[in-house]
Design a binder for this molecule. Structure first.
Ligand SMILES: [Zn+2]
Length: 316
């Protein structure tokens, strides 16, 4: 195990310019920095950023010191050097699902988050390396996609993957989970932050660093490829802040592999992304549905099923 879980890292809240400056000096020694943002509805309309959590990842092992930057307390001037580190090409940021962090920083703070290794994508790709085939892939999709659907039309779900949350990935890779009770995210809008909130933020950084250590040790990370995939993943939100409840747990298509360069692309009638023909049931099914990508079709079918269940059984 590359991470020594017997040595809990030191955690420092940086809520004034002096603390932030000395934290950044310590962090700049690292080429790889575990990163996570906390806030209210990050990357969504009406949200706000509370903390940027950073921990330098040594060659072997987890972070020895985690710094939590309090964005509102620091104010724009003292927070700017933190944003500069997040944009610095000399420091690779390691995140787990960077999409909303990226959107929050880009659209509300005019800041760049780059370069990024997104472990959520590495987790999906590690499944094949660990010997998971189509059967396990489809089992993961259930109940979001019913087993009957994947059995009837396996080709439609060939590139449809269920995403893991950080805790799910930890479980899959043998790390202890259950480190987090159910958490009330409205705490990120309040000050002072409780010790429990700070512990929660720091625990994510520890887990990201642990997961990264495991992925590197097992050869799951092809760094140039993952950098490119991560950039594509984060750019899903390039057009602006997302509306509330816009998310789902399926990996959008053509993130792991870009659309083939010389093939034409078509806009999906729901997500509006330009995707290659393989992403659509062209020539199959009702005409109106032929221009909706496989992932959007599965999301819509799931929403319809939930609505029906609610109608039949009431809401509980
Ligand atoms: Zn779509």
């Amino acid at each position: 195990m590359p991470y020594d879980s017997n040595a809990p890292p030191q955690v420092t809240l940086c809520d004034d310019a002096a603390a932030a400056a000395s934290a950044l000096e310590a962090l700049r020694r690292y080429s790889y920095i575990a990163c996570d943002c906390e806030g209210l509805s990050l990357g969504e309309v009406g949200g706000s950023l509370s903390l940027v959590s950073l921990g330098g990842i040594p060659g072997l092992g987890g972070p020895t010191h985690i710094f939590l930057f309090d964005a509102p307390a620091l104010g724009a001037a003292a927070f700017a050097p933190v944003l500069a580190l997040l944009a610095s090409p000399a420091h690779t940021k390691v995140l787990y699902d960077a999409r909303m962090d990226w959107a929050e920083l880009a659209h509300r703070h005019a800041a760049r988050l780059a370069p990024v290794l997104d472990l959520q994508l590495a987790d999906v790709q590690a499944r094949a390396a660990r010997g998971e085939g189509a059967q396990r892939q489809f089992a993961r999709l259930a109940p979001f996609v019913p087993r009957g659907d994947t059995a009837r039309d396996p080709a439609a779900f060939r590139d449809v993957h269920r995403l893991n949350g950080l805790a799910g990935a930890a479980r899959d890779h043998g790390l202890p989970e259950g480190y987090k009770p159910k958490f009330d995210h409205t705490v990120w809008g309040r000050r002072p932050l409780s010790q429990g909130s700070l512990d929660y933020a720091a625990a994510d950084i520890v887990l990201i660093a642990q997961l990264y250590g495991i992925f590197v040790a097992k050869g799951y990370i092809d760094e140039p490829r993952l950098l490119e995939q991560s950039a594509r993943y984060m750019a899903l939100n390039k057009d602006g802040l997302r509306g509330p409840r816009g998310g789902h747990s399926l990996l959008p298509l053509e993130i792991l592999a870009a659309p083939p360069a010389l093939e034409p692309t078509f806009p999906c009638g729901r997500c509006a992304r330009a995707l290659s023909a393989a992403c659509f049931p062209r020539g199959r099914g009702p005409v109106g549905e032929q221009t909706v990508c496989w992932v959007c079709r599965a999301v819509a079918a799931n929403a319809a099923r939930r609505e029906m269940t609610q109608r039949l059984y009431g809401d509980d």
